[in-house]
Design a protein around this ligand. Sequence first.
Ligand SMILES: [Fe+2]
Length: 190
Amino acid sequence: MTTEIPVDQGWIDYAEKQKYERMKNNTGFVSTNLRVLDDLLDLRKFITEKTDHYIKDYMQYLVDGGTYVTTSWINKHHKLDYAPPHRHGNSILSGVYYLKTPKDSGVIQFHKPDGIEYLSPTFNFIPKESYTYNCDYYSFVPKEGMLIIFPSFLKHLVTSSQAHDIRYSIAFNTFIKGSFGDDVNFIELA
Ligand SMILES: [Fe+2]
């Protein structure tokens, strides 16, 4: 799901002042603070409204509690930085919010989960036009102010930045509170 939240200059200033370290796989920089949305409370409030909307309105699930942000961090990509295919662990919904997206600074690509077939595993159909129910992967060209929310298990990657200017995005994970399921599947998460 994508939505828009106008970028506040204060959030960009905050991102530019953070400390960063090179990721262990040498593909980009990540903020040393892994709870940045604890400092950006107005943005966290917007995001939580949207992750709740995803569960309760988009998915139409009956949930008496709601989602909350757990970890949140800033990704800083210089020219040629990228993100290899990965998933987010210990999280229900994840997301990314774009603060600064210079032209050609990379697209985010979501991959069809392994074992999922839309029609037949043995036919090789060529789509007239790609959309979410006929493609092996789907790409979004990020725009400043764009928020993308996705199930945390969904594999995704970010292509290599070809931009001279730095790209900043805030990524986050969430978990959920409330009571779920029934009978032997009932669970209450506080
Ligand atoms: Fe990610």
